[in-house]
Ligand binder design. Structure first.
Ligand code: ADP
Length: 349
C-alpha cells in the first residue's frame, strides 16, 4: 500500500515499532489491498493520514492536474464521511479525454473512513452506445411498420371477405404487435438514456387518473371495472410522464390478464415515508417460480397467453426501471388461480 498523500511526516506507529506479528499482518493486508481491482483509499479517524492501494494510485498520472484534483475531492468526501455523511458520488475529470470516477464512501469501525474508487468511464460509454443503438434501430423500424400497416388496412378494405383479406388481417395483427414492441423498446431506451431528467412535485390522484384514462377503453371492451381507492393528499417528486407510464403498465397488465367482467383495484397508501400504489386483479396469478423473473426484459410466464393478449414482455421491465429511477421499487404478490397484486413504491414527500 502506498501513500497517496500523507499529512504528517511519520505514520502514527512507525514500522520499526511494530511487533513481528503486527508487521506480518500489515504486510498481508497491504498485499491483499494491492491485489484488489477496485481502488481503496482510507482516511484515519483523526483525519491526519490517507492510505491508498495500487488500483487507486494507478488511476491518474502522479502529480498531473487531474491527480491533484482527484486527491483533493477524495479527501473532501472522506472528511464528509468522517463526520457521518457517506454515499456515492460520480466525478468528471479531464478536458480532452473525459473520465468518470465513482467514489463510494463508508465509515469504518475504528472511526476512520474508506472510499471505494472505480473508473466507470468505459461502462458509461458502453451503456450509451447500447442505448443509442436501440433508439436508432427503433426509429428505423417505425417507418416501414407504418407503411406495412397502411397497406394491410387498404388490402383488407379492398379484398372484402376473401382469403387475401384474412391473410392481410394476420399481417396487420403481427405488424401491430411489432409496433408495440418497438414502442416499448423505444420507451425503455429513452428512460435509460435520459434517466430522471425532470423532478417536479406530482399528485398521485392526477397520475392515476391519467393512467386509468389510457386503459379505460380496453377495460370497457372486456367489461372490467377499474376501481380507484386513494388518498388524495399524496404527492411525490419525479417525472410525471414516467409515473403515468409505470402505473399505466401495471393497470394495463391487470386488465389484460383479468377475466371478463371482473374488477381491477388501484389503491394508494403511505407507509414508512413511501407512497405505495397497488394494482390488484383476479386474473390467473403467477406461480412462485416465475415471480422473481417477471420484471426481466422479454420474460413471459406463458408465452402463448402473453402473445394472445398483445404483450411485448417489456412492460414490467419499464415499470421497474422507472421505479428505480425514482428511488423506489416494484414488487408482486400472487396466487395462482386467485390473482396478483403489483405494488409500486416511491419515496413520498
Ligand atoms: P407483457 O407485455 O407480456 O404483459 P410484462 O413485462 O408486462 O409483459 O409482463 C411480463 C409477464 O408477467 C407477462 O408476460 C405475464 O406472463 C406476467 N404478468 C404480468 N402482469 C400480470 C398479471 N397482472 N397477471 C398475471 N400475469 C402477469
Amino acid at each position: 500500500m502506498a501513500w497517496l498523500k500523507r499529512k504528517d511526516a511519520e505514520p502514527v506507529a512507525p514500522v520499526h515499532q511494530l511487533s513481528e506479528e503486527e508487521f506480518q499482518s500489515l504486510t498481508r493486508l497491504s498485499a491483499t489491498m494491492d491485489a484488489l481491482p477496485l481502488g481503496v483509499v482510507v482516511l484515519s479517524s483523526d483525519g491526519s493520514t490517507m492510505w491508498s492501494n495500487d488500483a487507486a494510485d494507478s488511476l491518474f498520472t502522479p502529480q498531473s492536474d487531474d491527480h491533484l484534483l482527484f486527491v483533493q475531492q477524495l479527501e473532501e468526501l472522506l472528511r464528509d464521511a468522517l463526520s457521518g455523511s457517506t454515499g456515492k458520488t460520480e466525478l468528471e475529470f479531464g478536458e480532452s479525454v473525459n473520465r468518470t470516477i465513482e467514489i463510494a464512501t463508508v465509515r469504518l469501525a475504528d472511526g476512520g473512513a474508506a472510499a471505494i474508487v472505480e473508473d466507470i468511464t468505459q461502462r458509461l460509454m458502453i451503456d450509451r452506445v447500447r442505448t443509442d443503438f436501440v433508439a436508432n434501430i427503433s426509429h428505423e423500424l417505425r417507418t416501414p411498420i407504418g407503411a406495412i400497416s397502411l397497406m394491410a388496412e387498404n388490402l383488407i378494405a379492398e379484398m372484402g371477405d376473401s382469403e387475401s383479406a384474412r391473410l392481410s388481417e394476420i399481417i396487420l395483427n403481427e405488424v401491430t404487435r411489432l409496433n408495440e414492441t418497438v414502442n416499448d423498446l423505444l420507451e425503455l431506451a429513452r428512460i435509460e438514456f435520459d434517466g430522471l431528467s425532470k423532478r417536479e412535485p406530482i399528485h398521485t390522484a392526477r397520475v392515476i387518473d391519467e393512467a386509468v384514462g389510457r386503459i379505460r377503453s380496453a377495460a370497457l371492451a372486456k367489461s372490467v371495472m377499474i376501481v380507484v381507492e386513494e388518498n388524495p393528499d399524496m404527492s411525490v417528486i419525479g417525472d410525471r410522464a414516467q409515473l403515468v407510464s409505470a402505473i399505466g403498465n401495471l393497470i394495463d397488465n391487470a386488465v389484460k390478464y383479468s377475466p371478463q367482467g371482473s374488477i381491477v383495484k388501484v389503491e394508494v397508501r403511505r407507509e414508512e415515508g413511501r407512497m405505495l400504489i397497488s394494482v390488484s386483479d383476479n386474473g390467473p396469478g403467477i406461480a412462485a417460480e416465475h415471480l422473481g423473473r417477471v420484471f426481466e426484459r422479454f420474460y413471459r410466464v406463458d408465452d402463448a397467453r402473453s402473445r394472445g393478449t398483445g404483450g411485448t414482455g417489456l412492460g414490467l421491465a419499464i415499470v421497474r426501471h422507472i421505479a428505480l429511477l425514482h428511488g423506489g421499487d416494484v414488487s408482486v404478490t400472487s396466487e395462482v388461480g386467485t390473482g396478483s397484486t403489483f405494488t409500486l413504491a416511491i419515496p413520498a414527500v
